[in-house]
Design a protein around this ligand. Sequence first.
Ligand code: GRF
Length: 207
Amino acid sequence: MLNIAVFASGRGSNYEAIQQKIDKGNINGKVVCVVSDHANPGVFERAKFRNIPTHTINRKQFKSGDDYVEKLLNTLADYNTDLIILAGYLKLIPTPLVNAYPHRMINIHPALLPNFGGKGYYGMNVHRAVVESGVNVTGITIHFVDEKYDNGSVILQKEVKVEPGDTPEMVAEKVLKLEHKYFPEVVRLLCDHKIKVIKNKVVIENE
Ligand code: GRF
């Protein structure tokens, strides 16, 4: 059973999708804490409802970057965290954290990386850019986290069509459906140790 820490900045619908699969016993893991850079994000309500501890940890609360990183690392260690899931977390993960959890930290991005990713590409900005560019497919990317935004090895990508006349809101809705379906699935596979990294390439074992 893996101990999972979820990092989220907002409403937490992806956290909810994962937690519901856990509650049903479909994932061999449990969420031990939810961490946010915000004081009272929607995701905290969802966690508190299940008595899961929440922590606000923001660089601005600390005198130095080292103190901030130490707080993050200590909090994760306090819960014997095995796996970190970034589910709508908007801050860059400090390098010492990336190094402490090699191939044990994943993120979901609401587009097909390497397109429409990196600094500034979050939330509706992504879907607006997709619609403005005129591409006819978009999708989701679930990837391991490294020290750059939206940059680590890709675990899974799924596509969805962008139809003529789709608004960014319509695209967001289609993409979110994919997120809620596949993010819990990747978490399940990770908790079953079915995802390996061999020479920087992610391999998903057959079940
Ligand atoms: C999702 O679109 C996710 O891909 C992105 O941020 C959004 C978070 O949504 N990284 P929610 O907070 O999980 O509802």
